[in-house]
Design a protein around this ligand. Sequence first.
Ligand code: V47
Length: 361
Amino acid sequence: MLEILSRSEIADIAEKVFAGERLSIEDCVRLYQTRDLLALGYLADYVRRQRHGDKAYYVVNVHLNYSNVCYADCPFCAFGKLPRDPEAFALTVDEYIERLSQLIWDRVTEVHIVGGLHPKLPFDYYVELVRRVKEAFPNLHIKAFTATEIHFFSKISGLSVQEVLERLMEAGLGSLPGGGAEVLTERIHRLLYPRKASPKQWLEVHRVAHKLGLKSNATLLYGHIETPEEKAQHFELLRQLQDETGGFMCFIPLAYHPANTKLGGKPTTGVRDLREIAIARLMLDNFPHIKAYWISLDVKLAQVALSFGADDLDGTVVNEKIFHMAGAESPSMLTEDELRRIIREAGFTPVRRNSVYEPID
Ligand code: V47
């Protein structure tokens, strides 16, 4: 074993990683405690290279939110607004199509559509939204609605989660993004997102989606009040579901941004961000992709994260609101040339992908 690892306080975990053994919850907690960031990064990079060699993926995509109205009022969120808030908005389907038309150009292959839990919009609005986007842009992959929104649609429509997903898939839904998971424990649910889908309900939506053949992602919101043990439990639940269904494509650790939130607190630091990426790669041994979301990490750190276990940078993004409302200082978009340059300068080969990680051109 390399000297950097054999002298490290995580030498025994390194042995497990090299032997291809699954790490335990206790291992995970120790990885959160180790001061040996380079040993941790080396291990994550080792696993990443076994899976993906020197490839680093990106997608040419756009984000467009249909509404920021949300009755959930989560204290960590700066995006959601109560209906009476002067900044609250909800686009009609016509307005949505009009705005989307202004963002789309010939290389865009994906639109990422999410919004708040709107107390008044009927389920038919969401079906119509997907149907009209697909009609207007038949080649676009529609990655839309977190498991939290899907669970909410089931509540407002009286349909089962399966029926909700089937209707959206018929209309043109292509995959589910990974938001709304926050931290999948009862304590964090009670304290930070009590009005939204519980850990069990969030996991169940993904289980049903995977059964229907719909691929999805998963996230973790870190850097607030969560403990290492709670994050270890989060990984364990995701890993178990992935063993069962194989339907997750990608995991995205999301750094909490405190500006303009009720929860407040301090932004995360670079070491913590790199640690989260590396631990995700090591714990989620059955997830193909780990995303360094440059909107959340900022571009320079996302580039370094490619050497700490990440293999995907998301994409051009354009028009991001959730993180920028909460103080993110990253740009609002990157061009494809910029993404490729960042990847090349980090020593990796850029691979443009579609929404299900197939390489294009
Ligand atoms: O679920 C909300 C998070 C998520 C804040 O699937 C915050 O490819 C930080 O899930 N600071 C939505 N984070 C974003 C999301 C996502 C983004 C990019 C790609 C994908 C994907 C998924 O944003 C929410 C919540 O966990 N969030 N407020 C905040 N103040």
